[in-house]
Design a protein around this ligand. Structure first.
Ligand code: SF4
Ligand code: SF4
Length: 437
């Protein structure tokens, strides 16, 4: 049964059919790999190797700094040939460049990992493995998985609602690694002993629900929630409400309503860290879009430059006009193909000139569509206007920080006003103002 869901949303074209049924292909890494010291939200990691250092698969390259941060590991064996600042997805970041020796010699697994790991050790192993949310948000996972004294977590929610157009990496991960995902759930259930586990998927991915249901046979806490295919169905607050009926308060966190939410792939990474003792060095990424001859779901070693994946997908049949890290709703434009696949790269979308909306901005026609589609009931045009006249205080009063950056407002706006861009910039300015105080 599909649940008709409550919050507002929109219905962009899925554009998933070219990769939906394509099994994940594991590929080799290229000769040169790039490891930004920030592939996560929070403080960048600090490099702990030098130019000339020999590394293996799993060698710690950068150490997490502070509570909200994540370790960075090498995904190949070889030699560190440079440490330099480069522009990547999250800005200009220190990157370690490693020359791949093609041997893929591995570090030994963590000796504490295995079937008998104590609940106390689970967050430590997740931190050591450098796991950050794989749905694109890249929040360091160990922080979520530490029990707090302030309140009980009674519900785990796996986010398999892959609502961003073009991406099929979560879908293929659910279909092909269902057993590992369910084992990851058991690991986290061992920490919190929850009452209920929901796996939220959209109704265009019911095959994944069938495979997960089979993998979870006999594990009665688990319920698959089949939700309407709607954007942004996979946003954290929306998913919590649709699965549990609970509403996260403005400025609040899932833990405030007793929930942990994480992407399905993140649970697979947790299984691999805690049971197998392996750090996060690879992920499934969809390389897709009309210009690509043979779009694919690839198991890619983190640090692989995007340029190196194009030939593997048959090259271009038409010149791309735009490349997005992610999809058209929340994705960021990539201007340089040397940018690597990172922990949050769900997909890379190539768009043709005809698919890129290049109409010019005109004045707001006061149609109210941006208000109608905002899933968190903001007034996007008012926040945008406040930002454009430099009134950051007003943008904050209007709730800019509650924006989940879904992009619905920009997508729907007939006047092509860059609402999401302006709201993102407002949020940055609000944070900077707070730091300066
Ligand atoms: S204001 Fe934020 S949350 Fe609301 S529609 Fe726009 S991007 Fe989405
Ligand atoms: S959708 Fe665009 S044109 Fe309509 S009210 Fe919002 S900003 Fe104005």
């Amino acid at each position: 049964m599909r649940l008709k869901t409550k919050r507002k949303g929109i219905y962009p074209k899925h554009n998933k059919s070219r990769t939906h049924n394509k099994p994940i292909e594991r590929i080799d890494a290229p000769a040169i790999m790039v490891y930004p010291m920030s592939m996560h939200i929070g403080a960048p990691a600090k490099p702990i190797v030098e130019v000339g250092s020999t590394v293996k698969v799993g060698t710690l390259l950068g150490e997490a700094q502070g509570f909200i941060s994540a370790n960075i590991h090498s995904s190949v064996s070889g030699e560190v040939i440079s440490i330099e600042d480069r522009e990547v997805i999250s800005g200009v970041i220190t990157c370690l460049i490693v020359k791949n020796d093609g041997q893929y010699t591995e570090e030994p697994p963590y000796p504490e990992a295995g079937e008998d790991v104590t609940p106390e050790l689970v967050p430590e192993l997740i931190r050591r493995a450098g796991i950050a949310g794989m749905g694109g948000a890249t929040f360091p996972t160990d922080v979520k998985m530490r029990p707090s004294k302030d309140g009980k977590i009674d519900t785990i929610i796996l986010n398999g609602a892959e609502c961003e157009p073009y991406s099929t990496s979560d879908f293929r991960t659910m279909v092909e690694y269902a057993g590992e995902i369910i084992e990851g759930v058991r690991v986290i259930d061992g920490v919190f002993n929850v009452d209920k586990v929901y796996i939220g998927i959209e109704d265009n991915a019911t095959e994944a629900g069938d495979v997960l249901r089979e993998a979870a046979a006999g594990y009665d806490k688990i319920e698959i929630k089949v939700l309407e295919s709607k954007y942004p169905q996979g946003s954290e607050k929306q998913l919590i409400e649709n699965c549990t009926g609970r509403q996260v308060p403005s400025g609040g966190l899932p833990a405030d309503v007793g929930c942990i939410v994480s992407n399905v792939g993140t649970f697979q990474a947790i299984y691999r860290a805690v049971r197998l003792g392996k750090p996060m060095v690879e992920r499934v990424t969809t390389i897709t879009g009309t210009p690509i001859v043979d779009p694919k779901n690839l198991l890619v070693r983190i640090g692989t430059p995007i340029d190196d994946l194009i030939d593997i997908c048959g090259g271009f049949q038409e010149a791309p006009r735009k490349v997005l890290h992610g999809g058209p709703m929340m994705g960021k434009t990539i201007k340089d193909g040397s940018i690597p696949i990172s922990k949050g790269t769900t997909h890379i979308t190539f768009l043709t000139a005809a698919e890129v909306d290049e109409e010019e901005r005109i004045d707001c026609i006061r149609c109210s569509e941006c208000l109608n589609v905002c899933p968190v009931s903001l007034q996007p045009i008012l926040i945008s206007n406040a930002y454009e006249r430099g009134d950051i205080e007003k943008a904050e009063q209007l709730g800019a920080m509650d924006c989940i950056e879904c992009g619905n407002c920009s997508f729907i706006c007939p006047s092509k006003i860059p609402l999401l861009d302006n709201i993102r910039k407002s949020k940055t300015a609000i944070k900077q103002n707070k730091k300066a105080v």
